[in-house]
Design a protein around this ligand. Structure first.
Ligand SMILES: Nc1nc2c(ncn2[C@@H]2O[C@H](COP(=O)(O)OP(=O)(O)OP(=O)(O)O)[C@@H](O)[C@H]2O)c(=O)[nH]1
Ligand SMILES: [Mg+2]
Length: 389
């Protein structure tokens, strides 16, 4: 998918344009995007059988996923969805086997590489499910919960209480139990489907397919938005390189000032240089006050929500003064002191100290403004994702 406009806007320090580039994309523009859906859940819950049914296959058919009672699966296996365009279904090993214990499952299978999840559970909503739900939420991703093997529950119920057997009521109870479990994790109300892979025309299986089909453009857009911080990261890093080149020149100028034996001159001079260049960094990256206001308007959030993620101190005179006193100021004062004592060697020492400290501090501030830019952009993209839900 062409990202040149987005990349160019980030490079130009125009985050509002970067977001507007994303907002202008039509649902059709995501057609060519592949959605990687991970089918996960406890071992033996019916993940592979669900994939086979979604692909219109039965266990044992050519090309069908392996199913059975043995948990021997050690690698995710990819299958193309035959109906939904650009959808890859990933059959994942089960949670809680000797190969993949619950504690290490998410890292071992690198769940962050998948765009969307279907958690398959064949029993009540359990702690393994809760763990998966929390991990998916932490990644900012979405999921459906599929309660499998409905035929077995109905069968058991029919045998136990044949006189009061009511299929709809039992299905409703299972659905509600799953919904309660999912909602208890504070993830809103993601869709829950009660299915039997052996009866694809019954229960919620048809609804599962319809919902996935209907939501596909939205899910693809969501995955696309989630991929953008990683796209922006190298561009922001590249942007850091340009001002870095001039930092030595600025530091050299401060160092010359420090060598002039006029008390206070080096400090004042360095203060103004420091403040001017700090302000410039915010403007270059597009996180100065004006740009942030425009960005907040663009995503329909308050500026405070954007600035809350910034870790650098800002550029008010007081902030610049504080930074200077904390770091360069001490060096400048030491330098001024030594030049009063020994004018020639003192001037050299003071120049050297100021040169190194000023360039170090400017580099550090440049890096923290760049990091803030990435955080602000990620926050704006997160707001875009929320707007779409
Ligand atoms: N009755 C019934 N049995 C099912 C259903 N789905 C799967 N099974 C059975 O449950 C067992 C496990 O099914 P799989 O699809 O292999 O489960 P899995 O989650 O892929 O298992 P692992 O990959 O080992 O974690 C098999 O014997 C299936 O035949 C279902 O909807 N109804
Ligand atoms: Mg399996």
């Amino acid at each position: 998918m062409a990202l040149d406009g987005f990349r160019a806007a980030v490079y130009q320090g125009n985050l509002t344009d970067a977001i507007s580039n994303v907002q202008q994309r039509t649902p059709e523009s995501f057609n060519s995007h592949t959605l990687h859906i991970a089918i996960t859940g406890e071992s033996g819950s019916g993940k592979s059988s669900l994939i086979n049914t979604m692909r219109g296959l039965c266990a044992g058919d050519e090309g069908a996923a392996e199913t059975g009672m043995l948990d021997t699966m050690t690698m995710p296996v990819a299958y193309q969805d035959p109906v939904l365009p650009g959808v890859t279904l990933w059959d994942l090993p089960g949670v809680g086997t000797p190969y993949f214990p619950l504690n290490t499952y998410c890292e071992a299978l690198n769940l962050s590489q998948y765009d969307f999840f279907i958690i398959v559970g064949s029993q009540r909503f359990r702690s393994d499910h809760a763990r998966l739900v929390r991990e998916i939420q932490r990644m900012g991703k979405r999921f459906y919960f599929v309660r499998s093997k409905a035929d077995m529950d109905l069968d058991a119920s029919r045998r136990q209480r044949p006189s009061s057997y009511n299929e709809e009521r039992i299905l409703k109870q299972i659905r509600e139990d799953c919904r309660r479990g999912v909602a208890a994790e504070g993830v809103g109300h993601p869709p829950v489907f009660v299915v039997s892979s052996w009866e694809p025309n019954r229960y919620d299986f048809p609804l599962l397919r319809q919902t996935l089909q209907m939501e596909l453009p939205r899910l693809k857009r969501h995955a696309f938005l989630l991929s953008l911080p990683a796209v922006a990261s190298p561009i922001i890093n590249q942007k850091k390189a340009a001002p870095k080149g001039e930092i030595w020149k600025i530091a050299l100028f401060s160092c010359l000032l420090a060598a002039i034996p006029v008390p206070g001159l080096a400090f004042l001079g360095t203060f103004f240089i420091f403040r001017k260049h700090l302000s410039r960094y915010y403007i270059i990256f597009g996180v100065d006050d004006r740009s942030l206001s425009a960005l907040a308007r663009q995503i329909g959030k308050s500026v405070l929500e954007l600035t809350a993620v910034m870790k650098s101190l800002g550029i008010t005179a007081m902030m610049a003064l504080k930074l200077l006193l904390d770091s360069v100021g001490t060096a400048v004062m030491v330098a001024e002191y030594s030049s009063e004592r020994r004018p020639v060697s003192g001037a050299m020492v003071s120049g050297g100290v100021v040169l190194v400290t000023t360039s170090f501090m400017l580099r550090k501030r440049l890096a923290s403004v760049a990091d803030d830019t990435w955080r602000v952009l990620s926050k704006a993209l997160e707001a875009e994702r929320e707007n779409a839900i």
